[in-house]
Design a protein around this ligand. Structure first.
Ligand code: GLA
Length: 642
């Protein structure tokens, strides 16, 4: 029998867990200890964002010209218009609320000229009356700060009347040097429930720069370079945010907080945001332009495996109501909302809700789409069909039914064929559809032709007979997968993210290209470089694509009997020279491994008994030197069976 056909797998034995180190040295590939199954689920929620946070944010509506009347007006509208009932409960202050840091004790002082209720009789300031009022309305309160010393407005809104004032030290309103003090004040004393932590302080205040000199700031050596991934100090940035995470845990004994990391996709936050925050921005600020919306959406669409209950990819607050998403562009506004809901994105309205037309209110209030966004399984939609013009996005709901969005990216009408197989539903059985905008019901078998208006997205709930009647493909449940290590050693910009216009400088900017590390990250139903799967010529429609030296956790909670996959080195690998060994751990015990597999070896079938197991871990390991290209591996047709 040729070696490739031998099913040389180890079956679980109780003694194997103790024998782990021996077993690893017995195979020819190296396996570093960090890639040994952990045995515990590391994808637990950070804070209280079991579903994507919903509410309102002041920034796109008012920038720094925020004040108490505007915010309380929004809060009142959330309640009066029924939005709060739908889940829009966070009322989040963005930049502009602060006056200065008091030097005698480092305490942050609120700008009471715009937040009068913060003035206390003893001459102090406190946001407690403000948060008390929000809480009494059944809402929650959010605040904003920066991870460095200075905030974004102090670099980009220099005209603003609401910039921090006083000496250079008094104007250092960011967390640097004050993490525990500020977090204690905001959450312990003032009672906030949510914090957005921006990062301009680590990017824009280089000592000696024109900004620092002209404005008399003290300056901080940048740790983030927006246009140069290699100059950014990922570890330092992560360390700062992790310190905030620890302070938040300590200041919130009930863990009822949301931690929004706002470093615009920098510092490889894609890979660690989920371990530190409840949500993390994936890209630059959204502007009210179609191309900017596309850009921010594209920055999250290939990252489904990194999100899940308690931690979310954040394409930014909504711009519905303004510019190309205003009441004269309702198709575009509905598309913006549909895409955010499919992506399990935080839904933060950022519009002056004191005067919102019913046409816009009806978009935010689409209860069916809110349900799609808030589904408890937390499966971000994956892309079932992708082109420059049209995308088909499919999201598996907690009940294993599907939501499908068919999206026309172009300014012309298009006709699209929607296939039952794109939904992983059988094409010989009827598929029932409900249009989540028009509420119309329909049915098709096999294939349906849909005509979309320019920029239109149609979204349907879909039910039919599942291709996998007695289980799920892993790519259907990205919310139950935690990418503990994706094997990316050298963060590289993702070239597939649609280039946005530079909203700040237009054509004078020299066309700045996005620099969001993410290329090579683990993907559902695609290789890490966006190809279809193929092992020695055998193609797979479904699977998980990842680099070698990776560890993926799958939360099964005892619900399945068998894990099955066909594994091997993908034909598309840039490095065909290294053998890869595949391992499966269940609750920390090694239960299956392959022999080392080379490029060109036929796929091997893994069948592992996972009855009663809660955390399954998929490890692939190769001896790859630091300066070598990575090896692309495929967990083809990976599935869990009941
Ligand atoms: C940055 C953030 C925005 C907003 C502004 C405030 O640009 O990305 O979301 O908070 O700062 O100045």
């Amino acid at each position: 029998m040729p070696l490739v056909a031998v099913m040389a797998f180890v079956t679980a034995t109780p003694g194997l867990a103790q024998a782990k180190p021996l077993r690893h040295s017995a195979v020819s590939s190296t396996l570093s200890p960090s890639l040994v199954g952990h045995g515990v689920w590391l994808g637990a929620p950070v804070g209280a964002a079991k579903t994507p946070p919903m509410g309102w944010n002041s920034w796109n509506a008012f920038r720094t010209e925020v004040d108490e009347d505007k915010v309380m007006g929004a809060a009142k509208a959330l309640v009066d218009e029924g939005l709060a009932k739908l889940g829009y409960v966070y009322v989040n202050l963005d930049d502009g609320w602060w006056r200065k840091r008091r030097l005698s004790d480092g305490r942050m002082i609120v700008r009471t000229s715009i937040f009068p209720s913060a003035a206390t009789p003893d001459g102090n300031t406190s946001f407690r009356p403000f948060t008390d009022r929000l809480h009494a309305m059944g809402l929650k309160a959010g605040i904003y700060t920066d991870i460095g010393r200075n905030a974004c407005s102090q670099a980009f809104d220099l005209h603003s009347p609401n910039l921090p004032e006083g000496s250079a030290a008094e104007r250092e309103v960011g967390l640097d040097g004050h993490v525990e003090q500020d977090i204690g004040l905001y959450f312990g004393e003032w009672g906030f429930d949510y914090i957005k932590v921006d990062a301009c302080g680590l990017a824009d205040y280089a000592p000696g720069s024109a900004l620092v000199k002209d404005n008399g700031y003290i300056g901080l050596k940048p740790e983030i370079y927006r246009d140069a991934i290699n100059r950014t100090d990922d570890a330092a940035v992560k360390k700062r945010y992790a310190r905030v995470a620890a302070a938040l845990k300590a200041a919130n004994p009930d863990q009822d907080y949301v931690f929004s990391i706002c470093d615009w996709g920098m510092a490889d936050v894609r890979s660690w945001g989920k371990d530190v925050g409840s949500m993390w921005r994936a890209s630059s600020d959204i502007t009210p332009n179609w191309s900017s919306m596309l850009h921010n959406y594209d920055a999250v669409t290939k990252r489904a495996l990194y999100a899940g209950p308690g931690h979310w990819n954040d394409p930014d607050i909504l711009y519905i109501g303004q510019g190309e998403f205003d009441a004269d562009h309702l198709t575009e506004a509905r598309t913006h909302f549909s895409l955010w809901a499919m992506m399990s994105a935080p839904l933060l309205i950022s519009y002056d809700l004191r005067a919102a037309p019913s046409s816009l209110l009806s978009i935010w209030s689409n209860a069916d789409l809110v349900k799609v966004d808030q589904d408890l399984a937390g499966n971000q939609a994956t892309i079932a069909y992708d082109s420059d013009d049209v995308q088909v996005l499919v999201k598996t709901m907690a009940d294993h039914n599907k939501t499908v969005a068919v999206f026309n990216r172009t300014a012309s009408p298009v006709t699209v064929a929607l296939l039952a197989s794109q939904l992983k539903l059988r094409d010989d059985a009827p598929v029932e559809l409900v249009d989540l905008w028009s509420k119309k019901k329909s049915q098709f078998k096999g294939q349906l032709s849909i005509t979309l208006a320019p920029h239109e997205t149609q979204v349907f709930s879909a039910s039919g007979e599942r291709e996998l009647a007695d289980g799920v493909y892993l790519s259907e449940i990205p919310g139950a997968i935690n990418v503990a290590d994706d094997g990316v050693k050298t963060p590289a910009p993702d070239p597939t993210i649609h280039r946005m216009i530079d909203p700040w400088a237009g054509t004078t900017s020299g066309s700045v290209h996005p620099q969001y590390a993410g290329w090579g990250g683990a993907q559902a139903d695609a290789t890490p470089y966006g190809q279809g799967f193929q092992i020695a010529g055998e193609a797979f429609r479904s699977g998980i694509g990842v680099l070698s030296n990776s560890l993926l956790q799958v939360k099964t909670d005892g619900a399945y009997r068998t894990l099955r996959a066909r594994v091997g080195v993908d034909d598309s690998t840039p490095n065909p020279g290294r053998a890869v060994t595949f391992y499966v751990y269940a609750d920390g015990k090694l239960i299956t491994q392959t022999p080392p597999m080379k490029f060109g070896d036929k796929a091997r079938e893994i069948t592992a008994d996972i009855r009663g197991r809660h955390v399954i871990e998929l490890v692939s390991s190769s001896a790859t030197a630091a300066n070598e290209q990575p090896v692309v591996v495929t967990w083809g047709s990976a599935q869990l069976l009941k």
